[in-house]
Design a protein around this ligand. Structure first.
Ligand SMILES: Cc1cc2nc3c(=O)[nH]c(=O)nc-3n(C[C@H](O)[C@H](O)[C@H](O)COP(=O)(O)OP(=O)(O)OC[C@H]3O[C@@H](n4cnc5c(N)ncnc54)[C@H](O)[C@@H]3O)c2cc1C
Length: 281
């Protein structure tokens, strides 16, 4: 294989999710009837970690050549975030949109995205955010890997290609692990070594000349029972905003008495382990 041919043939797909602008999260309200967020009250933006995934993909393209496509499952208004991804330099954009997709839980979301990824053609890598700014379940990437029958590297940063493999630093409970998987693979990104930036001048006019490919459930070969609420095993039983009431209390006495009262109170609230009085610690 010639060097140029190798560079042009590498393909990456980035999953992007439009989310309510995190800077305006304080204004988000829950609809008490549908138990869903009133997303129409706050403008949507490209999920910050997905922006990092795009930068990671574009960084790999700078170093190894190839093509980068973006896919979202979202209402038609998501064309805006797809155009932004094209303006940032992505080569193709796919919008999976259908009324039947509404109410999808993470499994139905991953199933729909998996169908879109398969239909988009040959790929070497799928990149997505490790977790979204709004739902934050961190389930979609691993579920997608399972549905596609691919290895996954989760909570990754510093993604690199090495021969037929992909390598990344992956966050673990304690520290990070350098992991490697054969390609194709799914990588969920929590931070990139390529810092997110604004779209370059001239990026938007070029993006506006590009065409976003739109696919419905039928185009993806998915039946009504596989997508949206009907295809979702999760049922939302209740959703509420936790109240954060505070109660101040003044402890009286000498410093030793106040310290002792405080320790007793913390043990009573089970915030500290109880120890036998006078026992050694
Ligand atoms: C019963 C139920 C009903 C719901 N109904 C709705 C609803 O009507 N409308 C609604 O908007 N949400 C709804 N949700 C929320 C919906 O399940 C999540 O938005 C979605 O499944 C993704 O979950 P997450 O945000 O936790 O993903 P995470 O796993 O935290 O996301 C990780 C990454 O996966 C990728 N990703 C996630 N979702 C998408 C997507 N749609 N397109 C492309 N990439 C994606 C992104 O790269 C993201 O950074 C519902 C959830 C439940 C449980």
């Amino acid at each position: 294989m010639t060097k140029n041919k190798g560079r042009a043939s590498w393909r990456c797909i980035v999953l992007i999710k439009p989310v309510p602008d995190p800077a305006l999260f304080g204004k988000l309200r829950l609809d008490p009837d549908t138990m869903l967020l009133r997303r129409d009250e706050v403008p949507s933006v490209l999920d910050p970690l997905d922006r990092g995934a795009i930068e990671a993909a574009l960084g790999l393209r700078r170093r190894h050549g190839g093509k980068v496509a973006v896919i979202t499952m979202a209402p038609p208004s998501a064309s805006e975030q797809l155009l932004e991804a094209l303006a940032l330099g992505c080569d193709r954009a796919f919008l999976l949109t259908d009324k039947a997709f509404a109410g999808a839980d993470t499994l139905a979301t991953a199933r729909t995205l998996a169908a879109g990824v398969r239909k988009a053609g040959r790929f070497d890598l799928v990149l997505c955010g490790a977790w979204s700014a709004d739902g934050s379940t961190a389930q979609v990437g691993p579920q997608l890997a399972e549905l596609l029958g691919l290895p996954d590297l989760v909570c990754a940063s510093g993604v690199e290609l090495r021969g037929g493999k992909v390598r990344a630093q992956c966050l673990r409970e304690r520290g990070t692990a350098l992991l490697e998987a054969s390609r194709p693979a799914v990588v969920t990104v929590h931070a990139g070594s390529d810092a997110p930036r604004l779209a370059p001048l001239g990026g938007l006019p070029a993006a506006l000349r590009s065409k976003v490919t739109v696919w419905s459930a039928r185009d993806l070969g998915l039946k009504p029972g596989q997508v949206g609420l009907a295809g979702s095993p999760t049922r939302m039983l209740n959703v509420f905003v936790p109240s954060a009431a505070r109660k101040g209390e003044l402890l009286q006495g000498t410093a030793d008495e106040v310290a002792s009262q405080l320790l007793d109170r913390l043990r009573h609230e089970r915030l500290l382990p109880t120890t036998a009085k006078g026992g050694s610690r």
